[in-house]
Ligand binder design. Structure first.
Ligand SMILES: Nc1ncnc2c1ncn2[C@@H]1O[C@H](COP(=O)(O)OP(=O)(O)OP(=O)(O)O)[C@@H](O)[C@H]1O
Ligand SMILES: [Mg+2]
Length: 860
């Protein structure tokens, strides 16, 4: 036989299952699937994308966007062709499909991303519209691709073009009908008969597998795939209100671009994850599965777009959200927000951090950038992160880094206490080390279960040296497709393909983290020791100053109360007597009148000294009482003195001993001497205080100079010729640094205070006011905390009550129409509505620190 005759060339043929494997079988989980579809919307220059979930008998979801959409031909050619090369050349979309937005680096490359829709629901209805074209729709039941007997070309995807979205329910039901043709339920042609047999074979296989199933339960019922496809197709009907939430997105671009355009993927009969998020039924809000699904979704999709780079730029707008709506739908129902693009730790937050690293690792593996440690800036930092064995140019390519963190212990942090607790709360929600490529997040980096750079693993071994901790790290690596070409995603989007570029990236970043920790932040860093030292000294000094000032004013206050109160009592008593005498007014001799004037003059001169002192911010009940009676008594003294003065002036004029001119001159002279006396007393007191101050500070200066000798000499004594010179010099330098810091702090504080005095600042009042404000703020915060506690309790309660409310309403509505006619039904409904109203009345208690913004659209 001629061996050549068996030689031939054959091409691969694809079974239908390939689609199933590439889509549902390949993708890691539901959040990753959503991210794939969102990336497609991003590539289509959408401004908005959302995942909306609608509760119903058959639950439905929709991934909606206002991107460029597809024509009928594009839908059948590119969307329905696997591995489409449309994007692989990475060309920009035509100008008219970019709507004047900033150029976007195309994220898609493999041409399989859209198949992940199958992970979210068994059936997809895709509706799309491009500018200047009609709407197009196609329907796919992904379960058809599970049939192992079918080839790809055996399955037909029904498609249709139509004019207006209002026709969609009708279009959908026609597509449902056409899709059933794939099962060939009533075969007539030969091909259909073959198709029917393939489905029968497959159902038999499934039934056999069912019989042999592991761990059978009594209530297991066999339903073949074919049956499932048929059942959903006949029981589902598309409702017009499923498009309500897409309309606002379309209207928005109609205003901006002149016509509606976009794509919606309706997910019919949601799979378990999304189904639970839409309505968790009897499952508790605290059930582990429910919590895990929700947190996984938020963890994966938050910061979908680099949050450090897009603060309010309209030409770069890409907003995303996930929300669930109850049975009443988008327009009238209640909305549960699951994720919003604003829920991120943004760049303005990042800038406030005490520890920051902003820079770049270049293609040679050198870090160059700017480090802030404990708020202190270090410019032009540069060091190599490459390890031995790396080529001159790394395979990773250059990339930018931003790292930010803070000290968890408030005592070690330079942040103010309020800001510190704000950061702790932010870190609980948004911490993580994420990777972005051309502005979009690369999964799964930054998810709480991903530790690519082994941050937590190392920390477990030596937390002091491996300073960075995921739970308080706000970090990102910024890649781009050009510089980092070799970093490729795995098809299932579970991270980079493990090649040399990915291994080098990991090693470069690990070295970077370690070196930064050793130099600036971690246990080994000198910088950290120094800063912590300074910090604790500064903090101690500030608190000491505040406390001693508060103590001094309290001491001055109680002292004044104790010594002045008896004096004040005596003076008030004497003025009262003079007052009485003047009131009776009769038979006052001229001589006695002069005596009285003399007495009042004296008392008046004493008055300023008896003025009530500044009261301390915090007073106990007794002191408060004492203060009030003192203040009243002083008020009485001032009042009495003034009336006496007026009486005396009157007497003087009645007596007509002096002419008005003489009287005025006389008054002028008396006041002048009183003022001179008063000023002189104060000037003397100031002189004395300054003298004391001068001698105290001279003494301080002497002591400080001696302190140097006292500390240095014993160290000098211990040095021998065999000592290590470097160590000795370093330790002498260390003493110098510490002493010099202490001296600077002490003298500068004093000088600053003097400077303020020189500029006429009333330090005493400023201090008292600041202290009063502080105490008031402290009290208000305590009250707020109490109120917040109440608010949180109510929020939890309200959530449960809301769920109960819905359950009751739903059950009541499900009652038969005859039952609904019963008066008792009506009463139950009325009572229930009343109850819900009461709940609404309490809703203002549901307050949070940050209120989210609600946008009302359409009929709402
Ligand atoms: N929301 C959308 N709007 C407009 N066109 C879309 C949309 N989603 C998908 N497409 C079209 O369908 C094609 C296929 O998308 P798919 O996600 O499967 O592949 P890709 O994005 O090219 O690559 P990858 O598998 O890496 O995501 C896209 O290239 C695009 O032309
Ligand atoms: Mg894609």
């Amino acid at each position: 036989m001629n061996p050549k005759s068996t030689r031939k060339s054959v091409s691969f043929k694809a079974q239908a299952r390939t689609i199933d494997h590439l889509g549902k079988g390949q993708i890691a989980d539901a959040p990753t699937a959503i991210s794939e579809l969102w990336k497609n919307s991003y590539d289509a220059y959408a401004r908005n994308v959302a995942l909306h979930l609608f509760d119903d008998e058959i639950k439905c979801g929709a991934i909606i966007d206002n991107g460029c959409g597809m024509t009928y031909e594009q839908l059948s050619n590119s969307w329905l062709t696997i591995g489409t090369a449309s994007k692989s050349k990475k060309n920009l979309l035509p100008k008219e499909d970019r709507f004047g937005l900033k150029d976007r680096h195309t994220q898609g490359e493999k041409g399989i991303g859209r198949l992940s829709t199958a992970f979210l629901a068994p059936v997809t209805l895709i509706v799309t519209k491009k500018v200047d074209t009609l709407y197009s729709a196609a329907m796919i039941d992904w379960r058809l691709f599970e049939n192992t007997y079918l080839s790809l070309h055996d399955i037909k995807v029904p498609m249709q073009q139509f004019d207006s979205l209002e026709e969609l329910p009708k279009v959908c039901s026609e597509l449902q009908q056409d899709m059933l043709d794939n099962l060939a339920l009533n075969p007539s042609t030969e091909d259909e008969k073959i198709l029917r047999r393939m489905w029968e074979h497959f159902s038999t296989d499934e039934n056999e597998a069912f019989e042999l199933r592991h761990n059978p339960q009594d209530d297991d019922v066999f339903v073949s795939t074919e049956e499932k496809v048929r059942q959903l197709s006949t029981s589902f009907s598309f409702k017009l209100n499923h498009i309500d939430s897409w309309l606002p997105l379309l209207d928005k671009v109609e205003k901006l671009d002149g016509e509606q355009h976009g794509t919606a993927l309706f997910l019919l009969d949601l799979n378990r994850d999304l189904d639970l998020l839409t309505n968790r039924g009897n499952m508790s809000r605290d059930a582990d599965e429910y919590k895990a699904i929700q947190s996984d979704l938020v963890d994966t999709l938050r910061a979908f777009v680099d949050p450090f780079n897009r603060e309010s730029d309209e030409t770069n707008e890409f907003h995303y959200e996930i929300a669930a709506f109850d049975m009443e739908g988008y327009l009238y129902g209640e909305q549960t927000e699951i994720l919003n693009y604003q829920d991120v730790f943004g760049y303005s937050d990042f800038e406030t951090l005490e520890h920051k690293v902003v820079g770049k690792v270049d293609e040679k593996g050198w870090f160059r950038g700017h480090v802030t440690a404990f708020g202190k800036e270090h410019f032009d930092v540069a060091f190599p992160c490459r390890s031995s064995g790396m080529d001159a140019l790394t395979k990773t390519g250059s990339f930018a880094v931003k790292l930010g963190t803070f000290e968890l212990e408030i005592g070690k942090s330079t942040h103010e206490p309020e800001h510190h607790s704000h950061l702790i709360a932010q870190a609980q929600k948004y911490s993580g080390f994420m990777i972005f490529r051309d502005g979009l997040r690369v999964l799964p980096y930054g998810r709480s279960d991903n530790d690519f750079f082994q941050i937590e693993e190392h920390r477990g071994k030596n937390a002091g040296r491996y300073y960075w901790a995921s739970r308080r790290l706000f970090g990102q690596i910024l890649l781009d497709q050009e510089s980092n070409q070799r970093l490729k995603d795995k098809a299932g989007r579970e991270g980079f393909v493990k090649n040399q570029a990915a291994r080098e990236l990991k090693s470069l970043v690990r070295t970077l983290l370690l070196k930064l920790a050793d130099t600036y932040f971690g246990g080994k860093s000198e910088e950290r020791k120094l800063m912590l030292d300074l910090l604790s000294k500064d903090k101690k000094r500030q608190t000491k100053a505040r406390n001693s000032s508060a103590r001094l004013s309290k001491k001055a206050f109680t002292g004044a109360m104790d010594t002045n109160l008896p004096k004040l009592n005596i003076h008030v008593e004497s003025v009262r007597r003079v007052h009485q005498e003047l009131e009776s007014g009769i038979g006052i001799s001229l001589h006695h009148l002069d005596e009285l004037i003399e007495g009042i003059n004296k008392l008046e001169a004493l008055r300023p000294e008896l003025k009530a002192p500044n009261k301390p911010a915090k007073m106990d009940g007794f002191l408060e009482e004492q203060y009030r009676s003192y203040r009243d008594l002083f008020g009485e003294l001032s009042e009495l003195l003034q009336t006496c003065r007026e009486r005396l002036n009157k007497l003087e004029s009645v007596n007509q001993q002096r002419s008005p001119m003489e009287s005025a001159q006389n008054k002028y002279d008396t006041i002048e001497s009183a003022i001179t006396k008063q000023v002189n007393t104060y000037a003397n007191a100031i002189d004395k205080t300054l003298e004391r101050l001068e001698s105290t500070w001279k003494k301080e200066a002497r002591i400080d100079k001696e302190a140097y000798e006292r500390q240095m000499l014993p160290m000098l004594d211990m040095v021998t010729n065999s000592s290590n010179t470097v160590e000795v010099l370093n330790s002498l330098d260390k003493v110098y640094r510490e002493l010099s810091d202490d001296i600077a702090t002490k003298y500068e504080g004093f000088l600053k205070a003097l400077g303020k005095l020189e500029q006429g600042v009333d330090l005493e009042s400023a201090f008292t006011l600041a202290e009063e404000d502080r105490v008031k703020a402290e009290q208000e915060i305590n009250q707020m905390r109490g109120l917040a506690q109440l608010g949180i309790s109510f929020e939890i309660l309200a959530h449960e009550l809301n769920a109960q409310d819905k359950a009751v309403t739903r059950s009541l509505n499900f009652m038969s129409s005859s039952a609904k006619q019963e008066p008792s039904f009506k009463n139950a409904m009325k009572a229930h509505k009343q109850f819900t109203e009461y709940l609404r009345f309490l809703s203002p208690l549901d307050f949070r620190v940050i209120k989210s913004v609600t946008t009302f659209q359409g009929k709402r």
